[in-house]
Design a protein. Structure first.
Length: 170
């Protein structure tokens, strides 16, 4: 079957433009109502699922904690030569992890300053980007100096007066 290109809506006068705005306002209210109903259904389903699964989640957490205590208590026996053990329904074990903390009485700011002083720049994250908001206040000559140009354009927009339409609809 051949595709048909939909015919675009063409607005030729202010009366049709006003009608289009009124229809858009009505469509937005309808869409908003549908989305609110959807969110209410989702919220209710989430609440029911959370309530229905609370008992099982608590039991799972209780058993997980018991397994951790068991493994820690028998760490020397069970994990002397290996890091994990297969138990049929799953695996228990220990993963080695490393984290970095500041020493006592040392702040992150102090560490940053020391990294700068010793030239350890690889330990410092910096993200440079243009602050175009600040550049908006610059004169055109300064913009040209750094390779920027001010471009002025008219972007079309429409906004629906919701308060006006709601009072008119009532």
């Amino acid at each position: 079957m051949a595709r048909k290109k939909p015919a675009p809506v063409i607005i030729i006068d202010l009366q049709q433009a006003e009608g289009a705005m009124a229809e858009i306002a009505e469509l937005e209210r309808t869409i908003s109502t549908i989305e609110n109903q959807m969110n209410e259904v989702i919220d209710n389903a989430r609440t029911r699922a959370k309530e229905a699964s609370a008992e099982w989640i608590a039991r799972r957490n209780e058993l997980g904690n018991a397994l951790a205590v068991f493994a820690q208590h028998h760490k020397g026996d069970l994990f002397a030569k290996r890091k994990s053990m297969d138990l049929g329904f799953g695996t228990i074990g220990f993963r080695q992890s490393t984290s970095l903390k500041t020493e006592r009485k040392v702040t992150v700011e102090m560490v940053l300053e020391r990294c700068r002083n010793y030239g350890f720049s690889d330990a410092i994250q910096t993200k440079e980007s243009l602050n175009k908001q600040a550049m908006h206040d610059w004169p055109d000559e300064r913009l040209a100096t750094v390779g920027m140009v001010r471009q002025v354009k008219d972007d079309f927009f429409y906004e629906i007066h919701k308060q006006d339409l709601d009072t008119q609809a009532a």
